[in-house]
Design a protein around this ligand. Sequence first.
Ligand SMILES: Nc1ncnc2c1ncn2[C@@H]1O[C@H](COP(=O)(O)OP(=O)(O)OP(=O)(O)O)[C@@H](O)[C@H]1O
Ligand SMILES: O=C(O)[C@@H](O)C(=O)CO
Length: 426
Amino acid sequence: MALSRPLLGCIADDFTGGTDLASTLVRGGMRTVQTIGVPAQAELHDADAIVIALKTRTVEPQEAVRESLAALEWLRKAGCKQFFFKYCSTFDSTPKGNIGPVADALADALGVDLAVACPAFPENGRTIYRSHLFVGDVLLSESGMRDHPLTPMTDSNLVRVLQSQTRRKVGAVKLDAVSRGPDAIAAAFDSLRSEGARYAIVDAVADRDLISIGAALSDHPLVTGGSGIAMGLPENFRRAGKLTASVSAASDLPNVVGAGVILSGSCSVATNAQVEHWKRSRPAFRLDALQLAEGDRQIEDAVAWCAERLSGGPVLIYGSAAPDVVRAAQQKLGADVAGALMERALATIASELVRHHGVRKLVVAGGETSGSVVKALGVCALRIGAPIDPGVPWTTSSGSEPLALALKSGNFGTVDFFEKALSTAP
Ligand SMILES: Nc1ncnc2c1ncn2[C@@H]1O[C@H](COP(=O)(O)OP(=O)(O)OP(=O)(O)O)[C@@H](O)[C@H]1O
Ligand SMILES: O=C(O)[C@@H](O)C(=O)CO
């Protein structure tokens, strides 16, 4: 039987962002496969959407563009007709990019005149009003994101942030138009086009706004944003008679047997609270960036420590730390080196535990961290299951002996996320 062609081709700039988007699409009834990097083979088993997860959020802009264009090329060959560039709901980027440069390259390759840029995700507290991004009750620049180890966000005005990363004109669609529904939104896109704008930062404060924006995007070849803006897309395909799978069939996962660990490299406010919550009653091992700079001793100690305890239940290994601790390590080592040391340590520990100590279920906190861990485990593709919390589903790796993986975006999840994840593992 011939494979059905995928409808939506997505490129995510990090791995947790990929699973977040894939989870939204699965909830909308699209059978979704997430691949780790550009797949080696030309086709994948039946899927309505394919999410190619890259690790391009903080690499040099030219490298991010090169990898994103390679992913686009693969998705086009696979038959996708609409494309999605997924970045963080907190617009994580540096003054060099990579949101602007990657979006520019994708828009050029697809001949797109206007693309939306909308990271809103109200279910997780990210709302946009008058182009300003809020995280919960505060502006982005006043949230924990101002202290992010790699992409500190100090400006909440997304028109200004995106404009600093692109030569294309950035305009705005205000909530006034969004709340009037899809036709008013489409009309607002037309007026932006006539003013020469090539990007539209679109306000959204509730799911109903995202559904309306989604409906107005049915003929947009390129959509850019967080996973929230994908909420309205499955319905466009369904209305066109192209989507048939039931929502439940889209999220079935195989059973996985084995020990569980949590690896946390995120230093976000939410993850730090989740780590503290876990430590109150369960075993945890802290990694220190300064000690990791001295050699691999701490990695060996962590593996031995886990091996002794895994038969008693899941354990946590974490680099997650408060902003002052992270700053001290960064001042001594440089932010890139400190981050890379921690990522390498967590990735090495993960692969040792899987290879030699029976670990099959891994909860990983942090996008960059997840990228490093999943690459070290040699995972090529993920099936997406039901959400543990909004934006974080359980997944299983492809192949005959799947691993269960929950890749948690730094800021997502309730305070008891780690416990909840392991008690609902497939
Ligand atoms: N103690 C530490 N000192 C310095 N850097 C650290 C420390 N602990 C973790 N890091 C680094 O901080 C970075 C955190 O980024 P990561 O993307 O993993 O988390 P996040 O940004 O909170 O998650 P997300 O991208 O999903 O929002 C990683 O590069 C990690 O290695
Ligand atoms: O959009 C988000 O916040 C997440 O999916 C993410 O990208 C975190 O890395």
